[in-house]
Design a protein around this ligand. Sequence first.
Ligand code: FVH
Length: 290
Amino acid sequence: MTTNATSVTLLGLGAMGSALAAALLKAGHSVTVWNRTPGKADRLAGPGVTVAATPDDAVRANNVIIVCLLDHASVHEVLDPPAGELAGRTVINLTTTSPAQARELAAWAAGADVTYLDGGIMAVPGMIGRPGSSILYSGAAAAFDQHRPLLDEWGESRYLGAEAGLASLYDLALLAGMYVMFAGFLHGVAMVAPAGVPAREFAAMATPWLAAMAGELDGFATVIDGGDYTVAGQQSLEFSDLGDIVAASAEQGLDTSVVDMVQQLIRRQIDAGHGSEGFARIVESIRAAG
Ligand code: FVH
């Protein structure tokens, strides 16, 4: 239990909002909650929970307002009506938005005399308050510093800078890596399935393989930051040709979109005369769209 119990408001009791509230309550904080659909607070345990009937009531209850709603539009839908009540308070918005939407909310908050801290949650609800959970923040530095003990109840807190869109930018960039990795894994699942291999058996092989390959990221980063794709010791683009993977997939009648995408990024660099250079060079295909 925390030694510095605080009292905050939390708007939104979906899967993530409920996990955030539960972690705060477990740590001994008091939480006033509001959710559009009533009844979701019933599953929150502990003496510290207060259910507000309206967003206005919830906002009035505390100086720190945590927001975890579906999207950017729902944040405005909930925060616009009580904007007058929000003046002088701090909003910590953990709703996933684009960087531009986060900047828009920061500007809106500044206009309403609201201190704004944006957050990007790098965890699923079951991870909140456990090792491995982290949340990225950007916006008002003073709010981050002041409320850091509270934020740390959810996981590792990392402040990225005053520009409000930064947390969203990093969040979405990390999710890009995750989704493409997941798609690659699922392509592999489809490849081995005709051989009678259950997805679970393939996952048991893919998990340590992908974990080991994640060790390559640092080397790619060193090459990209150095700006020299000819540095010795790299796997070349020509060596990285995915032709066999594409052909083996097509022979089985599979959709080759996932591997075609990587092959096209490689091919553009080879066609531009960089075939002997390192695989990390495909970042140049991504930077120069088309
Ligand atoms: N769940 C996850 O794994 C991810 C992990 C990374 C971060 N995301 C983001 O967190 C935001 C909330 O996600 P969630 O999992 O809690 O989402 P839901 O369970 O679908 O709950 C959505 C809540 O938003 C309320 N809501 C939706 N639209 C409105 C609206 N127009 N006005 C007021 N409230 C609205 C909804 O209310 P209700 O349906 O219960 O009435 C829920 O409270 C999200 O940005 C993720 O991207 C989670």
